[in-house]
Ligand binder design. Structure first.
Ligand SMILES: [Mg+2]
Length: 324
């Protein structure tokens, strides 16, 4: 019998998408769904966390609460939206201490408030594991909607912030390396709400998504959506300083930067002539935006590493499949 393990997460989602009939302007397949409200779009996204697959040891209840809100807000940011509210559903065992749920609710509330929104409702059920589901709502003016598709050959590829920090944090927690900043960024993801809105308003961003499952997986998704190929220059990819503290081995560093995920930075494309305005916008936002390559109409996605061209494989995190 074929199981979900043979399909993997992405194919499982596609299977569901083939069955579902969506009426939304943007249905399943982007960071958020978008529903036409006349002069603007309502954005809706939902994301789950379960103790088994999502909560590294070292993450406390406050962090778990913060994270479920942050990952949902990150999808609103990816569409250029402003968050307007969230609901959360909590499955939890009867054996959990009361202060666990208090701290978790604190984390949820603090994250929502920090990014200018609030939790407006939810549901709780008894469950045999901790399972959290967040649903975020946002709004975006019609001409500001950012999608995974839309890039054209010649556009430049850019990312916000630095990559590999959350991955370095994961290894630091696992091996007790004490890379505090990196561990914090894994525990408390930071949705790029302000940056997403600025990119949306700039008028020169041609596509965008957030990097939840790793750069290679996000490049793969954008490439699939736009029908274009992407050429990434590895040396230009901004790497968190903790990456080389987590691993001496260059190949392992590369794996961390390209494939680990959980950084929740924005990956986007801009028109070729807009590199200077992008630098200006980065200054205004107080967040680095770095050009890391270009969109092409080639055969496959390419990674250039020290002048050598290789195929950029999609090795990002995928559920139902085992991470080596
Ligand atoms: Mg996303």
């Amino acid at each position: 019998m074929k199981t979900l393990g043979t399909l993997g997460e992405r194919e499982t989602i596609r299977l569901i998408e083939r069955i579902i009939q969506s009426d939304a302007s943007i249905g399943p397949g982007d960071d958020c769904a978008a529903i036409d409200l006349g002069d603007k779009y309502l954005l809706i996204t939902t994301d789950m966390m379960a103790t088994k697959s999502h909560v590294p040891k070292g993450m406390g209840p406050y962090d778990v609460g913060w994270s479920i809100i942050a990952v949902n807000l990150s999808d609103i940011a990816a569409m250029g939206g402003r968050p307007i509210g969230l609901v959360t559903a909590i499955g939890i065992t009867r054996g959990h201490p009361i202060d666990f749920i208090e701290q978790m609710a604190d984390g949820m509330n603090d994250c929502a408030r920090r990014f200018g929104t609030s939790i407006v409702g939810g549901d709780t059920k008894e469950h045999d594991d901790l399972v959290l589901c967040g649903t975020a709502f946002g709004e975006v003016p019609k001409d500001g909607l950012l999608l995974r598709k839309g890039a054209r050959a010649g556009d430049l590829i850019a990312v916000s912030g630095q990559l590999g920090r959350a991955g370095a944090g994961f290894h630091s927690m696992k091996k007790g390396l004490g890379l505090k900043e990196a561990e914090d960024s894994l525990r408390r993801p930071w949705p790029r709400i302000r940056e997403g809105i600025a990119l949306s308003q700039s008028g020169f961003v041609t596509s965008c998504m957030d990097i939840s499952d790793g750069l290679s997986a996000s490049i793969f998704e954008m490439s699939k959506n736009s029908g274009m190929t992407y050429e990434v220059d590895y040396e230009k990819v901004p790497k968190a300083k903790e990456v080389e503290m987590a691993f001496h081995d260059l190949e392992r560093q590369k794996d961390l930067v390209l494939n680990f995920g959980d950084d929740f930075e924005l990956l986007f494309t801009i028109k070729r002539e807009e590199e200077e305005p992008l630098a200006k916008l980065a200054k205004e936002c107080g967040c680095p935006f770095t050009v890391i390559g270009k969109v092409t109409s080639g055969e496959e996605n390419i990674l250039i590493d020290m002048g050598k061209r290789e195929k950029l494989e999609n090795l990002g995190y995928e559920h139902f499949r085992t991470r080596q």
